[in-house]
Design a protein around this ligand. Structure first.
Ligand SMILES: Nc1nc2c(ncn2[C@@H]2O[C@H](COP(=O)(O)OP(=O)(O)OP(=O)(O)O)[C@@H](O)[C@H]2O)c(=O)[nH]1
Ligand SMILES: [Mg+2]
Length: 293
């Protein structure tokens, strides 16, 4: 049988469940997930390999109207995902209307490649609402094939996966068959720490934070990590650290637990906080952190 391979790019509004779905397909927690919008900031590849196929999924940031340079870079990742897709997965959640950014929506409507509209979170809905929603989206996007799913509860996920396989073009693999992502180990350390910050801090704090791992030393039975939590202003530094260091300690403990699972090895993490004034609007800093800038 001929080998199939292609890029399957997941796009949609913030918080609809894009990262949850990619992790479900890959079977690994490659992307962090929280109930806050703009959890994902990068384009992250998740590669599913089979004997006769390679499905290269892309998780992308939720589509927003950018207000500062970091967000513009995030939207550049989304744009790039339109450019190389062989199959587009447009994810919406129950109850939502069209994309906040109309130009992106037009691109989906005029797409020349197959579009699967994934109506997610149907576990929160009933049959009548579901039917109304299916009809609504069919009218909005007559070119799309609609699949109701629950990425969280794994409902219809395998069926969608098999449908994507059918749509993949014949091609040789793009990546080595034992590779499951394009991102280095340090990226997952940074993201895991950022996830704990999204979970434990309020308001603008998570959005003002970037994490950089300065040291990643792997021994036979332990990985020693030192990471910097970067904030935009002095006042935020104190908030991250918390009373007697309790808040940052909690971040470290929880991140360590996740990373021990991820790397299947004992992990030691040292965290500290640095002020990097207005890094979100500084193209040089953004490039350093892996954004196009
Ligand atoms: N009830 C329900 N919740 C879901 C489902 N899929 C995802 N969620 C929840 O929705 C929230 C957002 O999920 P994410 O996967 O982070 O969403 P995202 O689209 O990647 O979000 P951004 O990266 O911010 O754009 C999390 O709290 C998930 O647990 C689902 O099928 N049902
Ligand atoms: Mg995400």
């Amino acid at each position: 049988m001929a080998h199939k391979a292609g890029f399957v790019n997941i796009i949609g509004n913030p918080n609809v469940g894009k990262s949850t779905l990619m992790n479900a397909f890959v079977g690994e927690k490659l992307s962090i997930i929280t109930s806050k919008a703009q959890t994902t900031r990068h384009r992250i590849l998740g590669i599913v390999n089979g004997d006769d196929f390679q499905m290269i999924l892309s998780d992308t940031p939720g589509i927003i109207k950018p207000a500062y340079e970091l967000q513009s870079s995030m939207m550049d990742f989304v744009k790039s995902a339109f450019e190389d897709a062989d199959v587009l997965l447009y994810m919406v959640e129950i109850g939502e209307k069209a994309l906040k950014d109309e130009s992106f929506f037009k691109k989906i409507q005029n797409s020349k490649i197959p579009v699967l509209l994934l109506l997610n979170k149907i576990d929160t809905s009933d049959q009548q609402i579901l039917e109304e929603q299916m009809q609504y989206w069919q009218e909005q996007l007559p070119n799309a094939e609609i699949h109701p799913i629950s990425a969280l509860e794994n409902f219809n996920v395998t069926e969608v996966f098999n449908r994507i396989l059918e749509l993949l073009p014949e091609a040789p693999p793009y990546y080595p068959k034992d590779q499951i992502t394009d991102k280095p180990e340090r990226f997952f350390v940074n993201e895991t720490i950022r996830e704990k910050i999204l979970l434990h801090y309020k308001k603008e704090i998570p959005y003002s934070v970037e994490v950089e791992t300065e040291e990643f030393l792997e021994d036979e039975d332990i990985i020693r990590i030192r990471s910097v939590i970067m904030v935009e202003r002095d006042t935020q530094k104190g908030i991250i650290i918390g009373h007697k260091g309790a808040a940052i300690k909690k971040v470290g403990v929880e991140a360590r637990k996740d990373l021990e699972k991820f790397f299947a090895k004992q992990v030691h993490i040292e965290l500290y906080v640095k002020v990097n004034k207005n890094w979100r609007s500084n193209s040089q800093q953004l490039r350093r952190f892996g954004y196009n800038g």
